[in-house]
Ligand binder design. Sequence first.
Ligand code: FMN
Length: 365
Amino acid sequence: MDLKKLMKRFFVAIVSLMLLGCNGDEVLANTPSGRTLVVYYSFTGNVRAIVNSLGGKIEADVVEIEPAEEGLDYAANNYAIGSSLIEAIRNNPNDADSYPAIKDVAADVESYDNIIVATPLWWSQMAAPMQTFLFHNGAKMKDKNIALIVSSASSPIAATVADAKRLIPEGNFLEPNLWIKSSQVGNASALIDQWLNQIQFPTIMNNDTLSVRAGGYTFTAILEDNAAAQAFNEMCPLTVNMSELNGNEKYYYLDQSLPTQPSNPGTINAGDIMLYGSSCIVVFYKTFSTSYSYTKIGHITDVTNLAKALGTGSVSVTFGGDDTAISNIKADEVKDGNYYSIDGRVVSDPKHGIFIHNGKKILIK
Ligand SMILES: Cc1cc2nc3c(=O)[nH]c(=O)nc-3n(C[C@H](O)[C@H](O)[C@H](O)COP(=O)(O)O)c2cc1C
């Protein structure tokens, strides 16, 4: 690894250490923030696989619900036990005795802001052990953000959603719910990404970022996970004089070729940083359709003022150089759970873009 990359990793590690262990007390409008608990039950492993995938994408504590009685085969004898458990709850939903016993759960529900409930569907209802957990803990989830993930073989999930709303009567349910059929578990990662985006849930970002400076403005780009982006990142910091083209882009021919993997994106979005051919770096500041192919290098997350910064003629653009003010955050100013912009400001209402939260880079789309 070259010195620049090493220093960058060191910088990220220092920032992470500075921000770890802080405490979040603000309640944010619209965007779920604060502490997250994922609570799940899984009999045949589908929900467990879904939760494993989810766990790599968000900051959350994860707990599993386990029936007190071990070794029961809920699917045996044409689902006899499973169906009688569900029937008992259906017949007497307000009686604690209708719910099968579960082992103690090591989580203080009240200390979380967001609770993601992940459960299988049994006979259209929520699986019985998860219903037990919510019967005893649902009232403690008043005003918390509740997100629901349900897995079934094929049955629609409306009755399971109704169970969640009955058991967590005052929860603030995030819509939509995520329904993953057992046949879709192999594709869970993509379905979860899409869902987290829909409910605007902050996700951990593993991609590298690159600063882009022009006309007195600094922007942040998320780099693609490909060889071209990596090679370009290694050339930075780089200051070049980019030429104007067609009122929508600035371009510059590098004096070396980068690896290519061209495809036609259909639409170019303002903020896209593309490689045309093997050596022409292009920064787009307008959105339009294209018939050309490019290798994508990255995308500027917040394009406010981008067109202004790039102007109408040729312009000097600096890619990279970690001069962000985040390194100036003093340890005593850091409060656990705060969201920091890349330039080190506390953001009380993080909406779109990249933030540092509890030492991790978080992307809110
Ligand atoms: C007792 C029981 C009842 C079930 N009832 C239904 C059902 O009514 N409709 C359906 O589509 N799937 C039903 N299933 C299948 C599960 O919902 C599905 O396989 C789910 O992905 C299992 O998640 P898990 O592997 O995490 O336990 C049932 C499974 C069990 C064990």
